[in-house]
Design a protein around this ligand. Structure first.
Ligand code: HEC
Length: 187
C-alpha cells in the first residue's frame, strides 16, 4: 500500500512537470531558489555594513601582484628611497631597452627623448625647470630616488604612480639610468 502511494506521487509529479505549451515554464517549486532575488552591484540594501550590495574590500586589502610603497612624500621618504632601500633584486639584470617605449610615452614630453631636459613641452615653453638626467644637473639621483619621484612626483612633476605598474616603473628607471650615463660628461 505504502509503495503504491509513493509510486503514484512520483508519477503525479512527473505528469505535473510536463506541459503541452512548450514556452511555459510550468510549475516551479521553491521559487526563491529557482530564481534568486538579483541585486544590482551598488544597490542600497539594509543588511551590509556600508548599506550597498557591493561591499568595500576589508581594510588593508591589496590587489594580487601589487607591490606596496610605504615611504612618505617627504624628505625622509626621499632619502630612504635614495639609499636604494626598495630596489628590486633583479634591477641590475634588467634590459634598459625595455623601458624605452614607456619612457617616450610618459617622460620624454618633458625630459626629452635623450634625457637632456629638452622635451617638446620645454621647447614650446609650456613648462620650465626640467632637469636633464646628467650627473652635472642631478648629481645625486639613484634608481631608488627616481622611483620615489615617479611615485610621489616632485614640485611641477606630478606623480606617475597610477599610470604605471610596478615593473613598468623599474623598466623606465633602468632606461633613465642609461640616458643618464649617455648624457653625463664622463661618458
Ligand atoms: C610634466 C612634465 C614632466 C613629466 C611628464 C615628467 N617629469 Fe620628471 N621632472 C619634471 C620637473 C619639473 C622636475 C623638477 C622637479 C624639481 O626638482 O623641482 C622633474 C624631475 C625629475 C627627476 C629628478 C628628481 C630629483 O630627485 O631631483 C627625475 C629622476 C625625473 N623627473 C624622472 C621622471 C620620469 C622617470 C618621468 C616619467 C615617468 C618623468 N620624470 C616625467 C617634470 C616632468
Amino acid at each position: 500500500m505504502k509503495k503504491t502511494a509513493i509510486f503514484s506521487l512520483v508519477i503525479a509529479s512527473f505528469l505535473m512537470s510536463c506541459r503541452s505549451e512548450k514556452d511555459q515554464p510550468g510549475y516551479t517549486f521553491m521559487d526563491d531558489m529557482y530564481s534568486s532575488p538579483a541585486l544590482r552591484t551598488h544597490e542600497a540594501v539594509a543588511n551590509t555594513p556600508q548599506g550597498t550590495s557591493a561591499m568595500l574590500p576589508v581594510e588593508g586589502t591589496i590587489p594580487r601582484g601589487h607591490v606596496t610603497y610605504d615611504l612618505a612624500n617627504s624628505t625622509e621618504g626621499y632619502e630612504s628611497s635614495k639609499a636604494n632601500s626598495h630596489v628590486p633584486a633583479n634591477f641590475a639584470d634588467m634590459d634598459p631597452a625595455e623601458g624605452k617605449v614607456l619612457y617616450n610615452i610618459f617622460c620624454a614630453s618633458c625630459h626629452g627623448a635623450k634625457g637632456d631636459g629638452e622635451g617638446i613641452l620645454v621647447q614650446r615653453e609650456k613648462i620650465l625647470g626640467i632637469p636633464g638626467y646628467d650627473e652635472v644637473r642631478l648629481p645625486e639621483i639613484t634608481p631608488g630616488s627616481i622611483y620615489h619621484v615617479i611615485m610621489h612626483g616632485k614640485n611641477n612633476m606630478g606623480s606617475h604612480a597610477s599610470q604605471l605598474t610596478y615593473s613598468e616603473r623599474w623598466k623606465i628607471i633602468s632606461y633613465v639610468m642609461q640616458l643618464r650615463a649617455n648624457q653625463s660628461p664622463s661618458a
